[in-house]
Design a protein around this ligand. Structure first.
Ligand code: CAA
Length: 386
């Protein structure tokens, strides 16, 4: 097994790192403070091919592998975790399911603009009563001639205001439970679709999060993704890819916090010694680095499985739970190392700590990831021991 990056991976890392330092770093603290979306930078990333990193070139994407995708999200999130989630959602939760389940017509109409940076994607699964229990959907879509008429409310939609193309999970047949769910492609501005005011969040404050209400919203039947009844599977398989993006985002937050701590221990003196000379500090740095490296390996394992076309549900759940808990603990330790300064907005580590928290929650909480890991582990055991 070769654990070396290719030249292309190195180039992606350098390109995104340079972009993040030049275009995202200036103003990141102000955008966080004032909840300002990095619109211009996100559009520029689209022009550079980062809205469709692993989408084939024939559909407007960059045609790269999933490790390149993880590298890109990590490097963005190291500087600006809000940009990281916006890019992750459009790649994984909008473009990827259309690539996997879409008709050729849907790919021409929606995937190409998404992957080529013209239309930003968003994903609507969560509802007021359907969070971790994603199957408890109550948004309905009833057939009326050539249209579905959608009624219901979706919650916590990343890019709710700035998104152009939404993948919306709906109930087309309530009597069938989870097998009555379907997935619709809905365009921003469709009459009957109302974007509610933004959520005021603890972290990732540069990314916009909204509830969306659908009231008699008419969607052409040609916008049904897959078949009626496939909605839950489409959403969960999209989340397999989404969780990889969030694991990469968490890794970026952790790496950014570690680098801020490393810089600080080379400058700060106490008791006539630089902080880096204290073994108590060295041990913290050692643990931070070890967890980050372990998380990166788990993440790349899931990326390799995805690119081999194998089911990667368990691996991506393991990467997400490990990387997000690493992000939380590394950011916490970074704040501790910086002491009082770390607790102020003068340094980026307090933002890292706030941004890290959501990675343990969205796209499936840590508890849900453990459920998924255990269910897959037990199924594998049963298969080999029956
Ligand atoms: N890929 C494809 N199909 C899958 C799948 C996967 N990864 N996981 C399960 N399925 C299929 C199953 O095979 C099953 O199909 P059959 O009935 O045909 O066998 C069907 O889906 C139902 O599976 P389960 O019985 O396992 O479903 P469940 O109701 O027990 O729930 C769950 C499973 C893991 C708890 C799931 O509900 C879940 O992941 N919940 C968390 C939801 C979540 O992550 N929400 C985040 C929303 S997005 C967001 O955060 C906002 C944003 O914009 C960033």
């Amino acid at each position: 097994m070769d654990l070396k990056y290719t030249e292309e991976h190195e180039l992606i890392r350098k390109t995104v790192r340079d972009f993040a330092i030049e275009k995202l770093l200036p103003g990141v603290a102000e955008r966080d403070r004032d909840m300002i979306h990095p619109t211009a930078q996100i559009r520029e990333l689209g022009e550079l091919g980062f809205w469709g990193v692993f989408i084939p070139e024939q559909y407007g994407g960059a045609g790269l592998d999933s490790i390149s995708y993880c590298i890109a999200i990590e490097e963005l999130s190291k500087v600006d975790a809000s940009a990281g989630v916006i890019i992750s959602v459009t790649n994984s939760l909008a473009a990827y399911p259309i690539l996997t389940f879409g008709t050729e017509e849907q790919k021409q109409k929606y995937l190409i603009p998404l992957a080529s940076g013209k239309k930003l994607g968003a994903f609507c699964l969560t509802e007021p009563g359907a969070g971790s229990d994603a199957a408890a959907q109550s948004t309905v879509a009833l057939r009326d001639g050539d249209y579905y008429v959608v009624n219901g409310t979706k919650h916590f939609v990343t890019s709710g205001k700035h998104g152009d193309v939404f993948l919306v999970t709906v109930m087309t047949d309530k009597t069938k439970g989870v097998r009555g769910t379907s997935s619709l492609i809905i365009e921003q501005g469709t009459p009957g679709m109302k974007i509610e005011p933004p959520e005021h969040k603890m972290g990732i404050r540069g990314s916009d999060t909204h509830a969306i209400t659908f009231e008699d919203c008419k969607v052409p039947i040609s916008n049904l993704l897959g078949k009626e009844g496939d909605g839950f599977k489409i959403a969960l398989s999209a989340l397999d890819s989404g969780r990889m993006g969030i694991a990469a985002q968490a890794l970026g937050i952790a790496q950014g916090a570690l680098e801020a701590a490393l810089q600080y221990v080379h400058q700060r003196k106490q008791f006539d010694k630089l902080l880096k000379e204290f073994q108590a500090i060295q041990f913290k740095l050692a643990d931070m680095e070890t967890h980050i490296q372990a998380g990166r390996l788990l993440l790349y394992q899931s990326a390799l499985k995805k690119d081999r076309g194998e089911r990667f549900t368990k691996e991506t759940a393991m990467a997400k739970v490990y990387c997000s808990e690493t992000a939380m603990s590394v950011a916490n330790q970074a704040v501790q190392i910086l002491g009082g300064y770390g607790y102020t907005t003068e340094y980026p580590v307090e933002r890292a700590m706030r941004d890290a928290k959501i990675t343990e929650i969205y796209e499936g909480t840590s508890e849900i990831q453990r459920m998924v890991i255990a269910a897959n582990l037990l199924a594998e055991w049963a298969k080999t021991h029956s």
